[in-house]
Design a protein. Structure first.
Length: 667
């Protein structure tokens, strides 16, 4: 049955008046509850939860209403009414997980309370409010009446379920964000972009977050339940975001995605095949097994979905030239032998890496460290023995205050470590001699990117993470951070500047299947001639920096007198610019093979929130230069601006995507 034409839900069926089982209270004249109804048309828009399919979803810190139907007229003077809320498997009053709210004449601000809003005969509308630090998750609700000394509990026949989320619209909530445009983007928007490639050639692909899609809230609540957090910890965005960073990856606790940045992927789905988070999360929920496979792009997308679904403002972030500091030195250390050839090193640099930012107050830290916090569901090392990372104050990263929790040292190194080159001279009789030869202050952390608010454009937020490169403030931050690293004296010696400078440039844009042009530039900055022996080796590598294959090498002697990235083809999507709810429309996806070889294992994927659930479409091999089309029918179920996203993968080509916006009108 289509999404807008579903039959009555379980809760709706329970709300229908029907004969009740025999109960001692009913025989003695107690006021009986016949049904509990959630006022979704009223509560949904007020709480910004109307996009959820579930009926009973509210945000903490603000009032909501429920309707009660009794078997006879309600007398407010003689009939006493209590709303009981139960959280978790063992609700207890002293833990704040068993709440009994007498229904009175007025609400009590800032705490759990209930009051009669309207009473008309057998129908009573009750208003309930929660504190801004209420536990986030699912509650059971029971209505209890006392009439003429007799008690009745609706739990005998009706036990409604209510979900409470973080509330970034509430000024007393830790996630409060005083900007409507940002709330629309970072909490309510179901689609966005992920950025990849390299700092000179930044590519983007659409990503469907789908936090309001059917079933996703249940998945996120299960992740919260499985996270190991205490009930009290579920009050704070700090602990919830940290727990979700570990639950999204499968390294601990049976999390969602198995990380695998390069193939083969014979027993799963290639990470670049996913169009969004919905299919991943629903597969995990359905199979109760980690989904194969993901990498930082998809893991970041899933974490954005989970955080937004729970009510924490979140966005995906891409850091180009992202350092991995294995020894906590707060520097990216590179070692070469006496001939300048690279030696094995624990540190590495990724072409790009994606993590997340979550918006929250930090009551556990001094004033000034709230706001955006870095949270990474693809941690490159364990934190407290678990593969988790953050939340880490972005403000602390910028100023080198790496002693503040959580994982600030690691994130600082990723965006602002200096690349230090050390030359190692072996001596058979003594310890090797290690000399620092060069410091590159701008090799790490470039063009840090996210989607701009209310726009499909990329926003550069590098200035949030560090002061202008090479400025006095930035240098102070680097040295401040290094003081807390494993090699605090790394900046004490003086580094001599080489008098011959080198830099490499590639073509501004290289498409797959084309030749690569590389230019090596040299400049003699001394007052004397220099004879230089150049050894240039070109290697292909994965974006994580792991070598894939050697492309070529060149050695040349030069006398000096004084003084890229790959861009994938795009998918073409053709669809009507306007659609109508309930009326099927054809969508065509077109792809041309840019190579002079056949593409095998071809797979198209297409989806769109409110338009079409994720669908996988295998396709026969595609010959060199051939164009193929795939036609799918979509039937919109929700009005508004929607996006169709498609992707293509094959044995030799990944990360090919396309998108098309449509406007859906009501029938």
């Amino acid at each position: 049955m289509p999404r807008g034409q579903q039959g009555p839900s379980q809760l709706q069926r329970l709300m229908v008046e029907k004969p009740q089982p025999e109960d001692p209270a009913s025989a003695n004249g107690a006021l009986r509850v016949m049904g509990i109804s959630f006022q979704k048309d009223e509560n949904g828009p007020a709480h910004h939860t109307d996009e959820f399919e579930e009926n009973f979803v509210v945000r903490r810190g603000q009032p909501f209403s429920v309707g009660l139907l009794f078997h006879k007229d309600f007398n407010q003077e003689n009939d006493k009414l209590v709303i009981e809320l139960q959280f978790g498997n063992n609700p207890l009053p002293n833990k704040g997980t068993l709440l009994r709210l007498p229904v009175e004449d007025a609400l009590k601000e800032g705490e759990w309370s209930a009051a009669v809003e309207k009473a008309e005969g057998r129908n009573v509308k009750v208003q309930i409010t929660s504190p801004a630090d209420a536990i986030v998750g699912r509650y059971a609700m029971i209505a209890e009446t006392t009439s003429g000394g007799k008690r009745f509990r609706s739990g005998h026949v009706i036990k409604s379920s209510m979900v409470v989320l973080f509330n970034p619209w509430c000024k007393d909530d830790q996630t409060y964000l005083d900007d409507d445009a940002k709330l629309e983007e970072y909490v309510l928007n179901e689609q966005g972009y992920q950025y990849f490639g390299n700092k000179n050639n930044i590519s983007q692909r659409p990503w469907i977050f789908g936090q309001f899609e059917p079933g996703i809230l249940d998945v996120c609540l299960m992740l919260l339940e499985m996270s190991g957090l205490t009930d009290n910890s579920k009050r704070t965005a700090v602990w919830v975001s940290r727990a979700m960073s570990k639950m999204v990856n499968a390294d601990d606790d049976g999390g969602v995605l198995v990380g695998k940045p390069f193939g083969p992927y014979l027993d799963g789905t290639p990470p670049t095949s996913w169009n969004g988070s919905v299919e991943i999360l629903l597969q995990w929920y359905r199979e109760r097994q980690p989904v194969k496979y993901g990498e930082c792009l998809s893991l970041s997308g899933v974490l954005t979905t989970v955080l937004r679904c729970l009510g924490i403002p979140a966005r995906s972030i891409t850091n180009f030239d992202s350092a991995v500091d294995r020894d906590a030195s707060l520097t990216l250390d590179v070692y070469v032998d006496d001939q300048g050839r690279p030696l094995q090193s624990g540190d590495s640099i990724w072409m790009f890496h994606l993590w997340n930012e979550a918006w929250m107050a930090r009551p556990d830290l001094p004033v000034g460290y709230g706001g955006w916090q870095a949270v990474d569901s693809t941690p490159q090392q364990a934190s407290n023995g678990v593969m988790q990372c953050g939340p880490c104050p972005v403000a602390a990263i910028k100023n080198g205050q790496v002693y503040l929790p959580f994982d600030t040292r690691f994130v600082f190194a990723a965006v602002n470590a200096d690349r230090m080159v050390f030359q190692v001279y072996d001596d058979p009789e003594y310890m090797p001699i290690i000399i620092k030869r060069h410091v590159d202050k701008s090799a790490v952390g470039n063009n840090i990117s996210t989607k701009k608010v209310g726009s499909n454009e990329r926003e550069d937020i590098t200035e949030n993470y560090k002061h202008p490169e090479g400025s006095d403030q930035e240098r102070v931050a680097v040295r401040e951070a290094a003081r807390y690293g494993s090699n605090p004296g790394v900046y004490e010696d003086v580094v001599k500047k080489a008098d011959v400078e080198f830099w490499v440039n590639t073509l501004a844009e290289i498409k797959m299947g084309e030749d690569i042009g590389i230019t090596l530039y040299m400049k003699n900055t001394s007052t004397e001639p220099r004879h230089v022996t150049v050894s240039l080796t070109a290697n292909a590598s994965y974006y994580t920096g792991v070598p894939a294959a050697q492309i070529g090498e060149l050695e040349k002697e030069v006398d000096l007198e004084p003084g890229g990235g790959l861009v994938s083809p795009q998918l073409g999507i053709k669809a009507p610019s306007e659609m109508t709810v309930g009326q099927p429309q054809r969508v065509t996806v077109e792809f041309t093979n840019p190579f002079d070889v056949k593409l095998k294992e071809a797979v198209f994927r297409i989806e769109g929130p409110g338009l079409k659930r994720p669908k996988t479409i295998p396709h026969p091999a595609i010959g060199p230069g051939k164009t193929v089309t795939v036609v799918e029918t979509v039937t919109p179920v929700k009005a508004g601006k929607k996006t169709i996203v498609a992707s293509f993968t094959s044995d030799k080509l990944q990360q090919v995507t396309g998108e098309q916006e449509v406007v859906v009108k009501q029938a």
